[in-house]
Design a protein around this ligand. Sequence first.
Ligand code: ZN
Length: 410
Amino acid sequence: MTPTIFKIIFLLAIVVETAWEIFLTHKNIVWTNKNRGKIPSYLAGKTSSDELTKSADYLAAKGVLATYEGLYNLVIIFAVILFGVIGTIDSFLAPLGNIYLRAGIFFFLITEIQNMLNLPFSIYRTFVIEERFGFNKTTPELFFKDLAKEMIVGILVTIPLLLGVVWFISEYNLWWLYSWVLILSFSLFMTWLYPIIIAPLFNKFTLLPDGELKNLIKELAEKLGISIKEIRVMDASRRSGHSNAYFTGFGKVKRIVIFDTLIEILNNKELLSVLAHELGHFKKRHILKRIFLLQILLLAGLYLASLGIGFDWAYKGLGLNINNWSAIVVFALVAPRLTFWFTPLSSWHIRSHEFEADSYAKEIIGTGEHLQSALIALEKNNLSNPEPDPLYKKWYYSHPTVGERIDALS
Ligand SMILES: [Zn+2]
């Protein structure tokens, strides 16, 4: 392989991927517009044609923005690769000498430049699209405060990890195995750290006050033999009107987090069904299974990378310098080009978990009725698309459609 051929293959892969994404997005918009305002049978009497039209408009607005963003990213990646921008940044830092200092600043610059380049889209999404459809509650001040916090947390979390990998690559032949152990331990550590240290930097988590809801949740958890340390309500409404709930925890420190927006739109029975669904994910070990699968894939990916570490044509083709941290950049640039084509497989896997969690919730609560009405309320609240294009759904949907879930629950 020569650097030029590798460069052409890489750029071609990016073009095909972007074209495919844009094709799917537009196929979905066209499909949705064809059914515009048509009320699916499960929503009969529960929604209006106007509401469904609004949901189709929301989908189209997001799709158009995603298309521009895809094209914009394509232009940037072409410029970066063809002009060897990453290698130039690296060479610029060469006078620093010490490789860890140099690699640390290099990763910092690369990440922040990337964040800044994507910022206009993120601003437009929040303050134009989300605003127009009534979801946005964030202020410019809060938005930029969040951005600064995310930047600091991102640096503290990722740079040490990357430097660890650089160290392994520099010192050991088995670097891929050691790196994997490091990343695995680190992600387990983050699962523990995230809810207690990082999430509270962005949101307030207040204890759910005593009352009917709290008693119902405790009863449910007891029945399932899960000891819940605490139930907290997150002030999601500070930023957005979208609603959700989740369950986290390791060993004995388990907590349920409910978005305040969810409490606003669901009644207690519906909320309890949603939580039963979340507990279903835990009981069926879905999260563990997903982590396990991802880690196996990561290990395989790192091993493959170790076979390619001496391929100078890959570095040169992408306009990088030949050194140990460029290997990480090659991995970060090349791996997504391969994993992208497995998206439908991963979506299908996660969708099957959703059906399992739904049927678990139905079994525990004794009826699927409340979960059904909760799903409808959530779909309306989030302006989700009730009938996506079939191919788009197969590719991207991590959840079955509400119609499919309601059928399965009946
Ligand atoms: Zn779920």
